[in-house]
Design a protein around this ligand. Sequence first.
Ligand code: ADP
Length: 525
Amino acid sequence: MHWLDACLPLPQPNRIQHLVPAVDILFASSEAHPLVKTGGLADVSGSLPRAIKNAKQEIRLVLPAYRAAVASAGSLNKVTELDLPGTSAPVRILQGRLPHTRVRLYLVDAPEYFDRPGGPYSNPEGNDWPDNAARFALFGRSVCEIAMNRAGLDWKPELVHCNDWQTGLVPPLLSLESEPPASVFTIHNLAYQGLFGRAHFQALDLPPQWWSMNALEFHDQMSFIKGGLIFSDWITTVSPTYAREIQTAEFGCGLEGLLKQRSARLTGILNGVDYQVWNPGRDRLIPHAYTARTLRLKLENKTALQEAFGLPVKTDVPLFGHVGRLVEQKGLDLIMELIPELVQRRLQLVFLGTGQPQLEQALRQAHQRHPTKIGVRIAYDEQLAHLIEAGSDAFLMPSRFEPCGLNQLYSLRYGTPPIVRRTGGLADSVVDADGPSLYAHKATGFVFDNAEPAELLRAIDRALNLYAQQRVWKDLIETAMHEDFSWTRSANDYVELYQRVLEAHRKNRESVHQAPPQDISGVLI
Ligand code: ADP
C-alpha cells in the first residue's frame, strides 16, 4: 500500500487536543456538503466541524432547513419551536447529524422561507430570492436564540462561529445580549456582502441606530457582512495572503479601511481538503483509482475524460481542465481571450461550470468552433468534477482574486499541476515550477503574477514545455501529490484561535461587540 493511502483517511495525531480545554462551539453556515452546496463554503462547513470535533471540541452545526437539505439529512427529529419576528408560524428546530460524522446538526425550519425548489440563495431560474434579507435575518435570529440557550436545547455555546454575510446579523444581535458567547466571523469571499436597500432594513425591525456607517449601513444600503466585521470578537479569512489583500483597495471591496482598523483581530487560516472525498487512491467517482505509484491509471482516467467530452482520445496530447463558477472572479475571460492562440497549440481543453450567461455562451461557441480541441459542459456535476481533476494533465485556475480556492488543492492531490495567479490562497498553496524549486523537488504548479492574458499564456507554455520532459513532469506530479493540506492542521489553528478569542472576550469587557459600535467614520471609503 502506498503511504498516501495508508495515512489519508485517519486524521494525524492531534498536536494540541490534549493541551487545550474543550470549547462548546456553534458553527453557523448557509450551506454544508453533502446537504446543500453552491461552492467552497459548503466544502468547508461540511469538513471543518468534523475536524474540530476530532480535535476534541464540542461543535454543533446550524443551517437553514432548505428542502434539499432536509431531503438529504437522514433522520431528523423536531426538538423545539421558537416564536420569532418575521414569520407567521413558529420556527421549528430540527435535530440530526451531519451525514457520515458525529457532528450534531440543527436545521432552522421555517417553511415559508426555506422549503422551496431551487438553490439556497436563488430560484430555479438562477435569480436571487427577493426575500433573502428576511430569510437570513430569520436565520440569524434563530442562531442567536440557540446561542443564548433560549431554543430549548439545554446547551449554551461559549463561542459562535459565523460564516459569510448570511450569518452577518448574528454578532450584532448577540451584542444586544447581556452575557453573550464570543463570536468569530469568517470571510469566505468578501465580494458577496449581502447588500439590501433601506426598505429591507426597516422591514426587518432592527435597532434604528444600526442604520449608521458605524454599524450596518454601507453607502446607503444595509450590509449584512458589516454586521459580522464590526460586531464579532474576531475576524478570520480563509488564507493568510487574502487576509493581507483585503486590507487594500484592490481587494477590499470598499471595506479595506474597516478591515485595516481591525487587523489586530484578523487572522488568515488556509482551508483544508477533505481527503476522504478528494483522494485519487479511493475515489469512487472516477473509473480508475490511482496513487503516485500507479500513475499509468491516471492516463486511463484521461481517456475516460476525453470520451466523456467527445474529444479525440490521444493520451499524449496535453489536456487542461477547468471547473468552477463561471464568474469574473475566476478569470475565465483571460482563458477565453487566449482561445485563438491556444487552439494553435497541440493541446485539449475541458470546461465544467455554470454561471454568467455570457460566459456560458462564450464557452459553447468556443466548443462549436473547435469541437476537437475544446470540450464544454454547462452543468453542476460533482462526478465530472472529480473526473476532470483525475483525467486532466494540468488545471487552469487564473482567478483575479481567490480567498482560498479548493480546486487547486484537489488538483495537487490528483497530480494535476495547477496553473494559477499569485493571489490569495492560490499564492499560499502552489509552488511555481521555476529552476530552483524544480531542482529542490519543491515545485507543484505554475504561478503568474498579473491578470493579463499574455502572462497566463506564458505560464501555459511553461507547462507545455515541462510536459514534454516526461521525467521532470513526473517529478512535479509526485511532489504535488505528496503535499498535505488536510483539515487536521487548519482545525488545530482554529482551535488555538478559539482559545485566544475566548481569552480576549473574557478579559476585555469593552471588546468591540459589547461596547457601543466604535466610530469608524473616515475609515470607510
Ligand atoms: P468558490 O467557493 O469560489 O466557488 P472554490 O474553489 O473554493 O471556489 O470551491 C468550489 C467548489 O465547488 C469545488 O468543490 C468545486 O469542485 C465545486 N464546483 C464548482 N463548480 C462546479 C460544477 N460546475 N460542478 C461540480 N462542482 C463544482
